[in-house]
Ligand binder design. Structure first.
Ligand SMILES: [Zn+2]
Length: 243
């Protein structure tokens, strides 16, 4: 609707009066979808978060990103978070949730947001629910990315990084040479098949109760088959969200 007042060179469409009839966008009536992404390491959640955000025209809110931004901007909570980080401690959930709430109060999040890595445990799900409640909002859907364990192990243990510059490289093997700086490529200890199996076991133990928690609180939980090209998976998600 707003577009008709723009452009149209040579028409009277850009008349000032036309602009005034459009007040501040109705923010309180229908706030957009808040979508929570859950999935094991290697399921491509980060990639999908970016693709969905761009397809839906809403921001992607990832814990690491908003935390770094708050620290950089020196907000009150960012400064508090930095004190923990400087001591080498984990930033507590309540500080993270405060930062998350700030991010979701921004005008760009009024139309919705894709939450990546925000909820991993039941206390975090409860904290997010409370923070959203204070903003008059709610989680619209929880997407659970599903990839068979053997495929995840294949994906993750196939990653190599440069010992020198830490750049990840695809399609190369441990022992190969980094095309950037000739550093040696290695597989991180965390990405060895046995370590991946342990990480997946931790994920399952943490996530199953989170899924149950959302179900008992009446939030729609949507399993997503996350095997396929990134665009195939994105289209599956978009289809599921429309239903
Ligand atoms: Zn390198």
């Amino acid at each position: 609707m707003a577009e008709r007042t723009r452009g149209g060179s040579g028409t009277l469409g850009t008349h000032v009066g036309a602009v005034r009839e459009r007040p501040v966008r109705q923010r309180s009536t229908t706030p957009g979808k808040i979508v929570v992404l859950l999935g094991p390491p290697g399921a491509g959640k980060g990639t999908q978060a970016a693709k969905l955000a761009s397809a839906l025209g809403i921001p992607k809110v990832a814990t690491g990103d908003v935390l770094r931004a708050a620290v950089q901007q020196g907000t009150a909570l960012g400064t508090e978070a930095k004190r923990f980080m400087d001591r080498g401690d984990l930033v507590p959930d309540d500080v993270i949730l405060g930062i998350m709430k700030d991010a979701l109060s921004q005008p760009d999040a009024a139309r919705g947001a894709i939450l990546d890595g925000v909820v991993r445990t039941v206390p975090q799900a409860e904290g997010l629910q409370k923070a959203l409640g204070e903003l008059g909002r709610d989680v619209s859907a929880v997407l659970v990315f599903d990839v068979p364990e053997e495929e995840l192990i294949r994906r993750i243990s196939g990653r190599v990084v440069c010992e020198k510059c830490q750049t990840p490289h695809k399609g190369l093997e441990p022992g190969d040479i980094c095309p950037k700086d000739c550093g040696r490529l290695v597989r991180r200890a965390d990405d060895e098949p046995e370590a991946v199996r342990r990480r997946l076991a931790v994920y399952k133990a943490q996530t199953a109760p989170v899924i149950d928690w959302y179900r008992t609180h009446g939030v729609r939980v949507v399993p997503i088959d996350a095997v396929g090209t990134p665009d195939e998976v994105r289209d599956r998600v978009l289809g599921a969200l429309e239903r």
